[in-house]
Design a protein around this ligand. Structure first.
Ligand code: FES
Length: 116
């Protein structure tokens, strides 16, 4: 492995996520398992992800649209009720606080709704 290969390979266990912002710019960040997509966004200063309820699925300030083909965890009842209220009819809508950052989602692309 060359120094360049090592630089681009990333850290073991790191998960790369791309956020598409409201102005169309893309911000790719790297996270580690054991945090949610909302926490990853906040720790990297992604605009439009507020996470006001701390991930308790009651504020809707972490709304995103799923743009990639990677299958996400199923929507649970509480998230489903929030999504009906926030994004009725948008099958790609998810709450970032309900999506874990783990290896299954390396390469995930989401668009930030930025409702607030
Ligand atoms: S952080 Fe409040 S619903 Fe996700």
């Amino acid at each position: 492995m060359t120094a360049t290969d090592k630089d681009t390979a990333g850290e073991a266990g790191a998960v790369r996520i791309t956020f598409v912002l409201n102005d169309g710019t893309r911000r790719s960040v790297t996270g580690r398992p054991c945090q949610s997509l909302m926490q990853l966004a906040k720790s990297n200063g992604i605009p439009g992800i507020e996470g006001d309820c701390g991930g308790n699925c009651v504020c809707g300030t972490c709304l995103v649209s799923h743009l990639s083909d990677l299958p996400l965890p199923p929507v649970q009842t509480v998230e489903s009720e929030m999504l009906v209220f926030l994004a009725s009819g948008d099958a790609s809508a998810r709450l970032a606080c309900q999506i874990p950052v783990d290896e299954r989602f390396d390469g995930l692309v989401v668009k930030v709704a930025g409702l607030i």
